[in-house]
Design a binder for this molecule. Sequence first.
Ligand SMILES: *Cc1c(COP(=O)(O)O)cnc(C)c1O
Length: 216
Amino acid sequence: MSYDDIRARIAAAESAAGRPAGAVELIAVSKLQPESRVADVLEAGHRLFGENRVQEAAGKWPDFRAQFEGVAVHLLGPLQTNKARQALELFEAIHSLDRPKLAGTLARLAQETGRCPDLFVQVNTGEEPQKAGILPGEADGFIAECRGMDLPVRGLMCIPPVDEEPALHFALLAKIAARNGLEGLSMGMSGDFERAIAQGATHVRVGSAIFGARPS
Ligand SMILES: *Cc1c(COP(=O)(O)O)cnc(C)c1O
């Protein structure tokens, strides 16, 4: 696998789904990857990346941003409220808005600073107790609550259970987004991004299929 292969597979999946070329944004998930591998993908011209942790992103991306024009970094992992201010400065989007307390903190900071990254509400489509995210039955209410706080909610994000067919979860996420008038669908990873594109993903989050296995 490589960056070029993944781009080609995304283009093929867009076409197979009858969607326009370029309908899907590729977020290259660079968490825990050696900087040389990330630099290779930047050199290839890619500019949109995903990270899981505020601290790791803060250590890596200021230098890359200084070297490469037009970089955007999205936060994909859980966000503690005490790191929200830093996250507001570091990321163009946050895909892990998963609870009312975080929404309140982001709204307060957005008021104070006059800016806020694009937000995706994370939905726990599999209703897994150990997983972050708003339960499907509570999503409409939570989205309304966020909108009431003037938060820029652009879409929804999910991470399906490992042992279930992801397409069912992608379809559920798409349904919740549609009835709430949300366009963004952050879904699909290395093993299932083509199925996510078939279900309407606007953002796929692909790590190991681009960069290779993450060092442990
Ligand atoms: C790590 C991670 C990814 C990428 O996973 P791969 O299987 O390496 O493609 C995508 N989304 C989230 C939220 C992640 O934590």
